[in-house]
Ligand binder design. Structure first.
Ligand SMILES: NC(=O)c1ccc[n+]([C@@H]2O[C@H](COP(=O)([O-])OP(=O)(O)OC[C@H]3O[C@@H](n4cnc5c(N)ncnc54)[C@H](O)[C@@H]3O)[C@@H](O)[C@H]2O)c1
Length: 363
């Protein structure tokens, strides 16, 4: 088992990574000073597969463990379901020393973290991510939240978990499409931070796609190290952490334009990464070979790499304009300048459209 530390002073925590460690959760929890009441928050899909293992482990460690399930889907990551969870926590008598356990993908992780941050002004929680996206991204770093009907993740907090437990073997039951959507975030880490990771992905894509344990272990560990490093340096996204948004400015606009129905998050981010790399190339910041390598790795990962029919840059511009990252009439883009390095660049909205139009007239 490997431990990756997220260094945040007295809020530091470990990310434990291995295969088959779900059955050890009870044991891990004993090292904290929690009261005996712990509640697992999950959905029927994930709990149906892993609920027994985790509940057995908690009971063996003599916790008074119970669970709360919410329906499976992004549409349930909202205030209503938060309220429902909180009602049940009160009915179960959870106090300030109790602990919540988020068992599932990013949806469960985000809502559980948010509830933990507001229940009785904050109680402990543990993240047990079961999708690749959640293992390499959403479970680490303390962004929690739920959606408002006027915007995604519009209600939320920064609130760190006490521990993250990543059992790689849970990825075996995940659909291939969800798996590759998560891989998109791993590719992102390669582009923004680590050429070696990018090369490792290029070289070993087949074994990774076959879910070979040691290869999965390596990419998950490295991704967590990168995210932990960035979050430790800039927990609240006042500077550096923004580089994690590479591909997301355009990605979010694509998700909004297609009403979150056509693409999974990582798929939209994949298109965003290709287009943002192209913008960087157009601005003379990234050489064409590097841009092609990014696109090629994304395409080989069976991820989409271009705008879908019916979605134009001018439509995306409208969404970007109301995105929370917009400052005045400028868009803050994270642009790769080589593989493993990015810069934060403000591009005027008009310039953004020009770049695209130049591209379509010449390519
Ligand atoms: N907090 C952050 O920093 C952060 C970062 C990125 C994304 N997010 C959020 O994460 C969410 C997306 O997360 P996601 O991609 O994990 O989606 P998800 O949580 O909806 O999970 C995807 C699907 O996989 C199923 N599933 C999960 N684990 C499984 C397993 N091991 N076997 C079989 N099925 C399994 C789920 O039930 C669901 O149907 C979004 O709400 C997004 O806003 C948060």
């Amino acid at each position: 088992m490997v431990k990756v530390k997220v260094e945040l002073g007295n809020r530091s925590y470990d990310i434990l990574i291995n295969t088959g460690i779900l059955s050890k959760i009870g044991e891990f929890l004993l090292s904290f000073n929690f009261s005996s009441k712990v509640v697992v928050i999950s959905n029927p899909t994930v709990f149906g597969i892993y609920g027994d293992i985790i509940m057995k482990s908690l009971k063996q460690a003599e916790f008074d463990a119970s669970y709360i399930l919410i329906p499976d889907g992004e549409e349930y990551k909202d205030y209503f379901w938060c309220y429902h969870i909180i009602t049940q926590l009160l009915q179960k008598g959870l106090d300030r020393k109790s602990c919540l356990i988020a068992l599932g993908g990013g949806v469960i992780g985000d809502i559980t973290g948010f509830v933990a941050s507001i229940y009785m002004r904050g109680i402990s929680h543990i993240q047990v991510p079961t999708t690749l996206l959640a293992q390499v991204d959403s479970s680490v770093g303390g962004k929690t939240g739920v959606n408002h009907y006027l915007g995604k993740n519009m209600i939320g907090t920064f609130y760190q978990p006490r521990m993250v437990v990543i059992d790689i073997s849970t990825l075996k039951s995940l659909s291939k499409r969800e798996f590759f959507s998560g891989l998109s975030e791993v590719i992102k880490y390669g582009v923004i931070w680590d050429l070696h990771l990018f090369e490792y992905l290029e070289k070993n894509l087949e074994k990774i796609s076959d879910l070979s344990d040691s290869y999965l272990f390596n990419i998950i560990k490295r991704s967590c190290e990168i995210k932990a490093d960035i979050v430790s340096k800039d927990e609240r996204e006042s500077g550096l952490r923004a580089i994690l948004n590479f591909g997301h400015t355009i990605g979010h606009a694509i998700e909004t334009e297609t009403e979150y129905k056509r693409f999974l998050h990582g798929e939209a981010v994949s298109i965003g990464m290709c287009l943002e790399a192209e913008i960087s190339q157009r601005l003379g910041l990234l050489d064409i070979d590097a841009s092609k390598r990014i696109k090629s790795l994304i395409a080989s990962s069976t991820l989409p790499f271009q705008l879908p029919d019916g979605v134009s840059f001018s439509k995306l511009k409208l969404h970007i304009k109301i995105d929370k990252k917009k400052e005045a009439d400028k868009i803050k883009f994270i642009l790769p300048i080589e593989i493993g390095k990015v810069m934060i660049k403000e591009v005027k909205l008009e310039e953004f459209l020009d770049i695209y139009e130049k591209k379509s007239s010449c390519c």
